[in-house]
Ligand binder design. Structure first.
Ligand SMILES: NC(=O)c1ccc[n+]([C@@H]2O[C@H](COP(=O)([O-])OP(=O)(O)OC[C@H]3O[C@@H](n4cnc5c(N)ncnc54)[C@H](OP(=O)(O)O)[C@@H]3O)[C@@H](O)[C@H]2O)c1
Length: 271
C-alpha cells in the first residue's frame, strides 16, 4: 500500500532556513500536507509570523527555532531542541553565500562560517535526523544545493566547494539508504527568486535587479517535494519538462553514483 505523504515523511519536518524564500515555501507546502514543522532561521520575527500563518491555515503544530547555523555547535543545539519529535523529513535550505567576493577579499573567519553552514552543520544534522529515519525505515532528506556544486566559479570559491561537499554527501547517502526506505534528493538550482538573491543583485548593482524574471521559490519547492523519491540529484532547470528524463543531467549523475558504488564495492565491500 502506498503511504500518504504525511505518513511517509511526517509527522514532523525540520526546515533549516525557513524564514523566507524556498524554506518558507517548503513549510507552507508541508503544512498543507498535514506535516508539523520545525522552522529554523535567524530572523525571529519572520519565524513567529510564519508560525502564526501556518497554524491559522492548517491543522499542524509548528515550532520555531532562532539559530545561526553557521556558528560552532549549531547542529548539536538544534538536535537537542528538536528532542524526541519524530522527524520524517529534513530540508536543508539555508546556505546562500553572504560574502560573494574573491577568495582573498573575505576573511578566513568568514569562509569558516560558510563552511560550517554548508558542510559541518548539514552533515551533523543529516547524521542525527537521517540516522533516526533509517531506524524507522522511512523518511527523506532534501538538500537545497546549487549548480555551483558542479564546478568552481570565480567569486564563489568556498560556496562552490561547500555545495560540492553537500552534493557528494547527498549522493552517497542516497546510495546507502535507497534500499532502506529513506529518500535523499539534492536539488541543484541555477537562480531563484528569493529575498536573498534579490538583495544580492541590488547590492552588486546588477541591471534590472528587482524586475528580472526568475523562477519562483514556491515552484521549486513544489518540484522538490514531487521528485523526492527520484534522487539523488535534480538539476533545475535542465532536468525539468524533458520528454525523456533519461537524457537529463540528473539521470547521468544517478548512473554515475550507481556505477561508481558498484565499482568501489570490489575494493571496499558491498555491505
Ligand atoms: N536564490 C538563488 O538564486 C539560489 C541559487 C542557487 C542555489 N540557492 C540555494 O538555495 C538555498 C536558499 O537560498 P536563498 O537565496 O533563499 O538564501 P539564504 O540566504 O540561504 O536564505 C535561505 C534561508 O536560510 C536562512 N539562513 C541563511 N543563513 C542562515 C544561518 N547562518 N543560520 C540560520 N539560517 C540561515 C535565511 O533566514 P535568516 O536570514 O532569517 O536566517 C532564510 O530563511 C541556499 O542553500 C542557496 O545556496 C539559491
Amino acid at each position: 500500500m502506498k503511504l500518504s505523504f504525511k505518513h511517509r515523511y511526517g509527522p514532523w519536518a525540520v526546515i533549516a532556513g525557513a524564514s523566507h524564500g524556498m524554506g518558507a515555501a517548503f513549510a507552507e507546502l508541508l503544512a498543507e500536507r498535514g506535516v508539523n514543522c520545525v522552522l529554523v532561521a535567524r530572523r525571529t520575527e519572520a519565524l513567529e509570523k510564519l508560525k502564526a500563518e501556518l497554524t491559522a491555515r492548517h491543522a499542524v503544530e509548528v515550532l520555531w527555532v532562532s539559530q545561526d547555523l553557521s556558528r560552532p555547535g549549531a547542529a548539536q543545539k538544534l538536535i537537542a531542541t528538536v528532542g524526541a519529535r519524530e522527524v520524517g523529513l529534513f530540508v536543508y535550505n539555508a546556505g546562500g553565500d553572504p560574502f560573494i567576493t574573491r577568495f582573498l577579499d573575505s576573511s578566513r573567519a568568514d569562509w569558516a562560517s560558510l563552511l560550517r553552514l554548508n558542510a559541518l552543520t548539514l552533515m551533523e544534522c543529516a547524521h542525527a535526523f537521517g540516522g533516526a529515519m533509517l531506524g524507522r525505515r522511512r523518511g527523506g532528506l532534501i538538500l537545497v544545493g546549487s549548480q555551483a556544486a558542479l564546478g568552481g566559479i570565480r567569486k564563489l570559491a568556498v560556496y562552490s566547494a561547500t555545495k560540492g561537499f553537500a552534493m557528494n554527501l547527498g549522493e552517497s547517502l542516497w546510495a546507502e539508504w535507497r534500499d532502506h526506505g529513506v529518500d535523499v534528493l539534492n536539488l541543484l538550482i541555477g537562480t531563484v527568486d528569493t529575498p536573498t538573491m534579490r538583495e544580492a543583485m541590488v547590492k552588486l548593482k546588477i541591471p534590472d535587479a528587482l524586475n528580472m524574471p526568475l523562477p519562483k521559490a514556491e515552484d521549486i519547492a513544489r518540484l522538490a517535494l514531487a521528485e523526492l523519491g527520484n534522487g539523488p540529484t535534480l538539476i533545475h532547470p535542465e532536468d525539468v519538462g524533458l520528454t525523456d528524463p533519461q537524457r537529463g543531467p540528473g539521470f547521468a549523475r544517478r548512473k554515475q553514483v550507481i556505477g561508481k558504488s558498484a565499482e568501489a564495492a570490489v575494493f571496499i565491500g558491498n555491505d
